[in-house]
Design a protein around this ligand. Structure first.
Ligand SMILES: [Mg+2]
Length: 193
């Protein structure tokens, strides 16, 4: 039993923020209220950012599990349903495929909670909500991922904090934006893989 667990928990992941890391959100025209700028609630608007497809193909090809971890407080704020968010996620998965059309994303985790939400029990702080590391810890447990061998790529400080909080090495939590694009982050992971 223990040997099986040890063998299972041997994979390394690259945890990926979704919005403005994999796909463009902040640059899109805002959806009608109660959506806020940056909420992507329409699957037809999903566009991969430059370098994301090739970067994900390279990371997957190097043996990393690609796991999306995304705050979606828009659900608690009443701007989207879980089904809407899942439809957007499915569109992301459909775009992130290898040259044979096989999906590159092993799993998608999203956090529907928001402390200033209005949707009943979702209106609360939660360990899954970045900058907490709950989503990464849950994914590691469920997928057999070793956090100390894993990486994170995100565009916000809370992404980096979530990775460190979950137990990733700080130097393996990479922030894109401000001149550092996804391709550069992926190359940095691959250079140390
Ligand atoms: Mg983001």
């Amino acid at each position: 039993m223990h040997s099986q667990q040890a063998r299972t928990a041997s994979r390394a992941a690259v945890f990926l923020d979704r919005d403005d890391t994999l796909i463009e959100c902040n640059g899109l025209p805002p959806a009608p209220p109660p959506a806020q700028p940056g909420d992507l609630v329409d699957p037809s608007l999903v566009r991969l950012l430059p370098g994301v497809l090739d970067g994900c193909r390279s990371l997957s090809g190097a043996g990393f599990d690609l796991v999306v971890v995304s705050n979606q407080g828009c659900i608690a704020r009443g701007a989207a349903t879980c089904e809407t968010v899942e439809a957007v996620n499915e569109r992301v998965r459909a775009l992130l495929v290898d040259e044979f059309g096989r999906g590159l994303i092993r799993a998608v985790y999203f956090c529907p909670f928001h402390p200033r939400g209005r949707a009943g029990w979702l209106a609360q702080e939660h360990d899954w909500r970045k900058p907490s590391g709950g989503m990464l810890c849950a994914a590691a447990h469920e997928l057999g991922v070793v956090l100390t061998r894993s990486w994170l790529i995100g565009d916000a400080a809370r992404d980096i904090e979530a990775g460190i909080s979950a137990g990733l090495r700080p130097e393996r939590c990479l922030r894109v934006g401000g001149g550092v694009d996804f391709a550069a982050a992926a190359a940095r992971v691959l250079a140390q893989a």
